[in-house]
Design a protein around this ligand. Sequence first.
Ligand SMILES: [Zn+2]
Length: 152
Amino acid sequence: MCDCMVCERIDWIKNGKNPYFVRELQTGYVVIGDHQRIKGYSLFLCKQHATELHELEPSFRDAFLHEMAVVAEAVYNAFQPDKLNYELLGAGRGLHMHWHIFPRRAGDTPKPGPVWQLGDELLAEEYLPDAAALEELKMRLNVELDKLLEEK
Ligand SMILES: [Zn+2]
């Protein structure tokens, strides 16, 4: 049994049980971040359980990077930040890479720098979106994904 948190989330998507799920692309899944301390925080989960970009077969890797840029542009258009922060992190046994995309705005952290300075505040219960707020976030991101994917 795989003990990977990202694979578990993907299984929830496949079973229709992940309320944060936004869109399936060729190489990954777009989801809204659990906690919205940074409004519009979204993720792009790699379909393959792999740790590093160089472990991916080259054509899959190129498609994954291309789609990540499309997802990031949609997040930008949907949530209108000053700047996006991108991080490719791993989680779970075997370390499953997934992009964190943070729409950053001036003054959204006590001092300039990565969001991780917020520590436990990032995961505070008050930043879990309620059902209506979550639907709104997903709808805004889906609208922008539609626009970008139709242009292809
Ligand atoms: Zn995994």
